[in-house]
Design a protein around this ligand. Sequence first.
Ligand SMILES: Cc1cc2nc3c(=O)[nH]c(=O)nc-3n(C[C@H](O)[C@H](O)[C@H](O)COP(=O)(O)O)c2cc1C
Length: 367
Amino acid sequence: MSVNALFKPFQLGALRLPSRVVMAPMTRSFSPGGIPAAKVIEYYRRRAAAGVGLIITEGTTVGHKAANGYPHVPRFYGVDALAGWKKVVDAVHAEGGRIVPQLWHVGNVRRLGTEPDGDVPGYGPMPKVKDGKELVHGMSHEDIAEVIQAFAQAAADAKAIGMDGVEIHGAHGYLVDQFFWEGTNQRDDEYGGSLAKRSRFAIELIQAVRAAVGEGFPIIFRFSQWKQQDYSARLVQTPEALGEFLQPLADAGVDIFHCSTRRFWEPEFEGSHLNLAGWTRELTGKPTITVGSVGLDGEFLQFMVDTDKVAQPASLENLLTRLENDEFDLVAVGRALLVDPDWAAKVRDGHEQDILPFSREALTTLV
Ligand SMILES: Cc1cc2nc3c(=O)[nH]c(=O)nc-3n(C[C@H](O)[C@H](O)[C@H](O)COP(=O)(O)O)c2cc1C
């Protein structure tokens, strides 16, 4: 089995990736005070040194008071945090790799008490009040403008410190996705209603990011059918609806779609073997990134439920066939790269037998 398809360069405008292997964004919670420091720099450098073509950083919060939802998540605002990221960029570039930050706002899943400002509730499309206490602040038009501005600023900062593009986190039931999904958006203003109207927040956000970075600076947009609030949720049921959903996002300025699924081999719609990335590429003509259990025999939620489960290395044959057939352009790898910094090099050099299995324990250290 030839793995060449994974190690061909990829070119989009001025962006040239040395391989098709992308490190999937993975929150690691190893940045106390929100600053990516020495261990984090080394963590990303090692992946770039060992054949990863593009690193998408862990979710990193934009400069809005309610953006964060978890402990020790790195910020993407503030002189101290941006100086940390600049060191990450320089270290990755020195190894010939490329890197983009995943820009994140968690929206309504933020709990009162979360750093950095514990008194700030979650912000979301809809308000939530319990026993007279505001748990989620329903976003006004001013709030919307403020959050969009925070994303635009983060993107401008990414460009200023030498990042190779940005990824907007529009997936998994966080803020942008909360606007998309009818389960979390019942607004009766211009940001709610049909999916086209629920997309307005994302469209304005992408347009603002594009305006902030100018033409030629890659914008990746990550989206998913599944939500952490409901793993069986679907935004769209048919290819036609997927096309209608994605085209306005593409028109707003997206260069690459990152199609988040848990198992890359699953057909997205009946009647075709194409997965979500395959359909997205077909419908929009944009390059796509596939993801989900690449190189492992168990999917990523399993280890949360069954904490003793170990995911073993699995064959890449199906993936390689699809990549060779141009179903998608890039392949994001999550847990396999989390546990094994040398995963890509081992695949490239035919040392599959040395690839490490993934277990929950890998989350406790940053190697
Ligand atoms: C520990 C961990 C943290 C994650 N954090 C993020 C994140 O910050 N942003 C995001 O979009 N996805 C996140 N994900 C999802 C991954 O990017 C990826 O889509 C998922 O793990 C499936 O890929 P895999 O099967 O190769 O692990 C995370 C996954 C894991 C395992």
